[in-house]
Design a protein around this ligand. Sequence first.
Ligand code: HPA
Length: 273
Amino acid sequence: MMNQVSTCANIIREKSPEFYPQIGLILGSGLGTFASQVKVTSEISFSELPGFPQAGVGGHEGKLLLGFIGKTKVAVLQGRSHYYEEGKADTMAIAIKTLKEIGCQSLVLTNAAGSIESSSKPGDIMLITDHINMTGVSPLFGSRGNDRFVDMCGAYDEDLSNKMRVAADKNGIELKEGVYAWWSGPQFETPAEIRALKVLGADAVGMSTVPEVIVARHAKIPLCALSVLTNYAAGISNTPLSHEQTIIVAKLAEKAITDMLNSYLNSFSDDKN
Ligand code: HPA
């Protein structure tokens, strides 16, 4: 795998010499147009990067953008792949390790999720503070060495999360906080499953992000993560669940999340000035 990571990093460096992004972002369903805010210096299709996810689900673009938000250098993965596509939990591992290899010191992960908490409504944004892995699988299956026994405490970095709280505040956005449960999908949950998740302590449920957090933790890249709550989870409201609804509601929250990410990313260049 490390060979493929070096290959990808070399391809990226050839296209964009001397550009070392500070922060990597992974954009979830319906959130791709945050990318239009980036002053792009280069754009590379995932299809040119061996081991990067090939675009699978609607709402995903499948490209890597390098560029600036303000003075902050970013690398944006516009689109991701999911465990449910091919039953591989490590499907984002090469992409994430490549982000580290090209310079990223931290990550921001975003996703769409169903809300299990009736006080968090569709359109709200939730800072993920912890997760529950409901799938029983790991992207680290098959890896060797003692460092595979990763400590998952503090996986959602407190300092980065605090910066996100400040960014939300700056933009007058009421940022919810909670625990994200990873559901394998692609089917949505049953109402009984959602009741069970609530008892277990989950506030939101979705089909991504957690394997990426595990990979990043293993690779020692700190991160913070946001869910756009696109619907009440199964059984909580009468609205039928669909991927189309996910995309539509994620789009509605896009301005808020874009403003917040802009402030968040700009705060990294403020640090240095
Ligand atoms: N469940 C799982 N994944 C999701 C949901 C949901 O309700 N909404 C958006 N992604």
